[in-house]
Design a binder for this molecule. Structure first.
Ligand code: EPS
Length: 362
């Protein structure tokens, strides 16, 4: 990885922190853009009470000087306002405080996490497995988006369905029904990357394939259980002649396609068409009408713990998807065009774009 990030922080801990490394020097950083992305992640129909408490704002504490990147690791911080209500329960020091959570939620990291890390309080597990962590992915992704913008690459997303239904009213009704039943719902979202040059990623080794990197990045988002590139699932039902995007050339010797069923990736490389990534999110495991489980303290049947939570977080997941797509794409750009100084990176990209346009019409 040329661009790497590591993030830390518990959902109700003091703050979330991220170190992002590999962004070229000389990139203008607009913290309002980062904050706007953070606000987008907090939105969407079906979010719970927590989003009324938090107004995520980034603090840039290294790697940026006078609104320009230095090429050194960038540290991004977001304070958890809710920590004010959790100080004793989430204290780094002192004696255990507050009631333990012992009824593991089916579908969550609770049970296996407690066993694996030797904890008898599920809170020790759920605080980090919580999707609150994705705040920092969006902050890091926003920096990558600013870099990609300089490269002529744009990333957007769309929610395609929620709980199996489409259309604004149907979706809203589905979420309302879930909420009034103490239930939750998932959905499918799509991320689109436009403007990427052909030739990011490579077929030469399994771990250089860009579709594999997108798939891993998307699967790492909490509650994502399936990822497809282009019409991946539908293509499996068809003949090759119905699937592959034929290649044409116009009077200016420019290559074009009439279809994009491949989702912009062939042979593990971008092919110049928009990259389309879809992801399926399972329903959030915290149900207000809880499922059957076991109390890990008493080893007796119980109903799962219920905490304040979201009914549906698909719009947030889509914004996180954009961020992960931005990080992976920025990494592929830096891998191919260098990443010390933005000016050099952009020059290399421009020369490459000119060459493949002149010699291949791409
Ligand atoms: C989450 C539970 C909820 C969500 C949270 C993820 O938080 P709380 O328990 O404080 O109500 O709102 O998501 C976020 C805080 C966020 O920023 O996305 C969980 O258990 O995964």
């Amino acid at each position: 990885m040329n661009i790497r990030f590591i993030d830390a922080g518990e959902s109700h801990g003091a703050r979330l922190v991220c170190i992002l490394e590999g962004i070229p020097a000389g990139l203008k950083i607009d913290s309002e853009f980062i904050n706007n992305e953070l606000a987008r992640r907090q939105g969407g129909y079906g979010r719970g009470g927590r989003m009324k408490i938090e107004t995520d704002k980034v603090i840039l504490s290294s790697g940026v000087r006078f609104s320009e990147t230095l090429g050194s690791p960038i540290t991004l911080i977001v304070e958890n306002k809710d920590f004010a209500n959790w100080q004793e329960r989430m204290s780094a020091e002192g004696k255990p405080f507050g009631e333990k959570v012992t009824n593991a939620r089916p579908g969550h990291a609770d049970l296996t996490g407690a066993a694996k890390y030797g904890k008898n309080d599920v809170r020790d597990i759920l605080e980090r497995s919580s999707a609150r962590e994705t705040t920092m992915r969006v902050a890091a992704g926003a920096v990558c988006k600013m870099f990609l913008r300089e490269c002529g690459i744009n990333i957007s997303s769309e929610v395609l369905s929620v709980g199996g239904v489409t259309g604004e009213t149907e979706i809203k009704n589905k979420i309302d029904a879930a909420k009034s039943n103490g239930d939750t719902c998932g959905g499918i979202f799509e991320v689109k990357i436009t403007g990427a040059p052909a030739g990011l990623g490579s077929y030469i080794q399994w771990d250089k394939k860009l579709d594999a990197k997108y798939a891993a990045a998307f699967m790492s988002i909490q509650a994502i259980k399936a990822v497809e590139i282009g019409d991946g699932w539908a293509n499996a039902q068809k003949f090759g002649s119905e699937v592959h995007d034929e290649i044409f050339i116009d009077e200016n010797k420019k290559i074009f396609r009439k279809t994009n069923r491949a989702g912009g990736i062939e042979g593990g490389m971008t092919n110049g068409e928009p990259v389309i990534i879809r992801a399926a999110m399972k329903p959030i495991p915290t149900l207000m009408k809880p499922l059957q489980t076991v109390d890990i303290a008493t080893k007796t049947p119980a109903t799962a713990s219920k905490e304040r939570s979201d009914t549906c977080a698909i719009w947030a997941a889509a914004v996180v998807g954009e961020a992960m797509a931005a990080i992976v794409t920025a990494d592929a750009i830096v891998e191919k065009f260098g990443g010390d100084y933005l000016f050099d990176t952009l020059n290399n990209l421009k020369n490459y774009r000119e060459r493949i346009a002149k010699d291949f019409g791409l």
